[in-house]
Ligand binder design. Structure first.
Ligand code: C2E
Ligand code: MG
Ligand code: MG
Ligand code: MG
Length: 286
């Protein structure tokens, strides 16, 4: 049988595709194994209330700790997990870790601490998202107001209407919802006013760019005003230096998060550092 060049190219493409699918399946299997083996760890990064300089809560960030390889940061595998459909398992795994942690705090009488969990657009779009979320927090006996749901700005633009309604319902049920990485995507300002969010998280690029670009300060000021005008709270990500803290305090920003205060650290370390003794330990900068 004579093969045309075109036909061969097609076969070659097919094989590559097959190989890719196989690799993705391998990755998926490896991930399911990792979930069972608890290779994923919940790291926590503090969020600081800029009015009191106290730790107001934390963001849960996943770390994949593969034996003999070390810790892999999320940006390298989250997109893959979103593609092969495993991301929801990971997001709910992190929610469970966060709930277990909050349960421990509640048992010690800490009623104020809350944790924000990142949820992928793919996870939010699952039919069973709402019921699974409620089942998990109820199982741990964690009140909804102790959980913040972080959704990245670019995801909001792609959420179907029923999912937006579901978020609205979660807000009514007491969850806090934040728009992550604000300013990094292409938000339609008209839309922000209608979204069921309480908090804007300003993307860390703004503070990074502020060093050396005077007019960036103006943009950060506007973002803080925008949030407050709409009755929302605002947190700045990527706070790395003392000047950032003073600037944000001067312009009335509500919260800050960044390496200046702490990198994301394992849950146990977080407890020792910030939550032992007093219920809300003021931050000493050492
Ligand atoms: P994000 O939600 O915007 O999280 C903030 C990221 O900024 C974290 O990166 C954090 O380590 C980093 N960061 C915090 N403070 C500073 C700072 O002062 N300077 C700099 N340069 N970086 C800072 P990380 O942990 O590598 O996470 C990257 C992204 O992966 C997250 O961005 C989030 O979108 C995603 N992610 C993390 N955990 C999860 C998860 O459990 N589920 C899902 N769906 N996504 C997750
Ligand atoms: Mg986040
Ligand atoms: Mg962010
Ligand atoms: Mg980000």
């Amino acid at each position: 049988i004579a093969k045309s060049i075109e036909g061969e190219a097609f076969v070659w493409y097919d094989e590559r595709l097959l190989k890719k699918i196989q690799m993705e399946n391998e990755y998926k299997k490896r991930m399911q194994y990792a979930l069972e083996m608890e290779e994923f760890k919940m790291y926590l990064q503090p969020k600081i209330d800029l009015a009191t300089m106290e730790v107001a809560g934390a963001e849960a960030l996943v770390r994949w700790d593969i034996p003999e390889v070390g810790i892999i940061p999320p940006d390298s595998y989250i997109p893959l997990f979103e593609k092969n459909g495993s991301i929801a398992d990971l997001d709910f795994y992190m929610l469970k870790k966060a709930c277990a942690y909050l349960r421990g705090q509640l048992d010690r009488g800490n009623e104020f601490f809350s944790i924000s969990v990142n949820f992928s657009r793919v996870t939010l779009c699952q039919q069973t998202f709402h019921s699974t979320l409620l089942e998990i927090i109820n199982r741990f006996g964690v009140p909804s107001r102790r959980i913040e749901i972080e959704v990245t700005e670019s995801a909001f633009n792609e959420l179907p209407y029923p999912v937006l309604l579901m978020l609205e319902r979660l807000k009514d049920e007491g969850f806090r919802i934040s728009m992550d990485d604000f300013g990094a995507g292409y938000s339609n300002l008209n839309m922000i006013g209608k979204l069921p969010i309480q908090i804007i998280k300003l993307d860390r690029e703004f503070l990074k760019e502020m060093d050396g670009h005077e007019n960036m300060r103006g943009i950060v000021i506007c973002a803080v005003d925008l949030a407050h005008t709409m009755g929302l709270e605002i947190i700045c990500e990527g706070v790395e230096r003392e000047e950032h803290v003073h600037f944000l305090q001067d312009i009335g920003c509500d919260y800050a998060q960044g390496f200046y205060f702490s990198k994301p650290i394992p849950g146990e370390t977080f407890t020792e550092k910030y939550l032992t003794g007093e219920m809300r330990v003021p931050l000493s900068n050492s």
